[in-house]
Design a protein around this ligand. Sequence first.
Ligand code: SF4
Length: 343
Amino acid sequence: MTIKIGKFIWDITYACPLRCTHCYTESGRRPARTLDRDAAMRVVDVILAARAEKVSISGGEPLSIRWAVEAMKRMHDAGVAVTVFTSGWSMPQKTAVALADAVSSVAVSIDGADAAIHDAIRRRDGAFERGIKALEVLYRVKEERKAAGRNCFTLGIDYTLTRSGAHEADLERFVHSVVARFPNLDFIRFGAVIPSGLAAEPEFEATELLSIQELVDLIEVGRRLAARAGGATNITVTDVRYFLPQPGVSAVDLDILHIEPDGSLRAFPIYEAKVGNVLDQPLDVLWPKVKAWRSDPFVAEKMETIRTMADWASTARILDRLYGSDDDRERIARRGPQVEAYA
Ligand code: SF4
């Protein structure tokens, strides 16, 4: 029997219409590496064989991929809790309706309180308006299904906190307007930007990465926002300390795997290190390689000495440059203050 893995992150494409300053995957600025439908269904088989309980579908923009809903529905029908993360750039009614039978949760990513802040972070005019429109479509579908006594996804906003987007007055204004517009929205989740990909680069670290203390202070802000908003929406700020190495707790057995668009398997989420491809080798072969990478003395020492967000960013830069594929290292070497788009 295949090894059991509780949680998968699957970035199904690196195609994306946006160009976010903090993108963990540098999507939209690199080849998409999206699988064809048949190969994608083989990845679904791998995830199902591992008896996953939760799968996060991300990218890139996952809903730009034709087979995305089919893949998610197969996992959903098998009892897996599937969450899809989308920028909401495009949300036709038929996609929203199809998602109602294909996922447990839809998180629309909005990272700024208004168009000026959000579109600057996303580096694309119209991103805020389109994200809110997508929420409207999804919200309507959910309300109609509820009225008809049918199940539907949980729906909310995943808000990544960067320095530009984390001022309390802006957050309060944002929560107030969202709750007024979507009173039955299930959640607004504020989470720290993690130093991964472009968000680990020195320029981003110097300008947009919040410190751990600032992020801890934002937990209190979140409590105030939730108290003032009242109502049905669960408003939370994720405690970033949860993601930091805990004394005496090893990350080696952490029950989570991260699959890249072409099926490559990362040794650890957020870092570029790969141990193989789930389409070429069974997880029973790949999992020991994952554990070997995670317990490598150099990697373990780097991870265990993280105390600050700056330490974390530095570790990410070192590990990505050391263990990324040749393609990754070439791409990383091209990064600068301006990261140029592919065609
Ligand atoms: S953060 Fe998300 S929406 Fe932004 S460029 Fe990356 S994949 Fe696209």
